[in-house]
Design a protein around this ligand. Structure first.
Ligand SMILES: [Zn+2]
Length: 137
């Protein structure tokens, strides 16, 4: 987000933030370094949260802002292992890579289901063999 001073066509610098604790709204103050013109933007609680969730800390932050912060976090959470899910042995993982790409997710799922059904938490090549025999893959 960038605010331009209309007069100078200069990017305005973030100067101050005034939070209102009663309704959660915030006033953001920007100032133009060239002419000293200041500009205040009033944002409501929802917008303030949106700005914060985008990694922009009202009042400025020391390290450079990372606009993808929220999305990154969401991805990390999405990849988190579900409770009770199985883990793959290095060798088993290698062997799975030899399976053609288009059937790999199906094979992976089948083996994971076999492991879950049999109370196995770790998939080894041995488990793969057994799952294969059982499913006829
Ligand atoms: Zn200006």
């Amino acid at each position: 987000m960038k605010l331009l001073c209309v007069k100078c066509d200069e990017a305005m610098k973030f100067k101050d933030a005034e939070g209102d604790s009663t309704d959660g709204s915030s006033g953001l103050v920007f100032v133009c370094n060239k002419c000293g013109n200041s500009f205040a933007m009033l944002i409501n609680q929802m917008e303030a949260q949106l700005v914060k969730s985008l990694g922009v800390q009202v009042g400025g932050r020391k390290e450079p802002a990372q606009p993808m912060e929220m999305i990154k976090e969401a991805l990390v959470t999405g990849e988190a292992q579900k409770p009770g899910s199985v883990s793959w042995d290095g060798d088993a993982e290698e062997r799975l890579k030899k399976v053609p790409m288009f059937v790999r997710p199906m094979v992976r799922k089948g083996i994971e289901r076999y492991a879950a059904d049999n109370g196995l938490s770790r998939i080894t090549t041995d488990v793969m063999d057994k799952a294969k025999q059982k499913s006829g893959m």
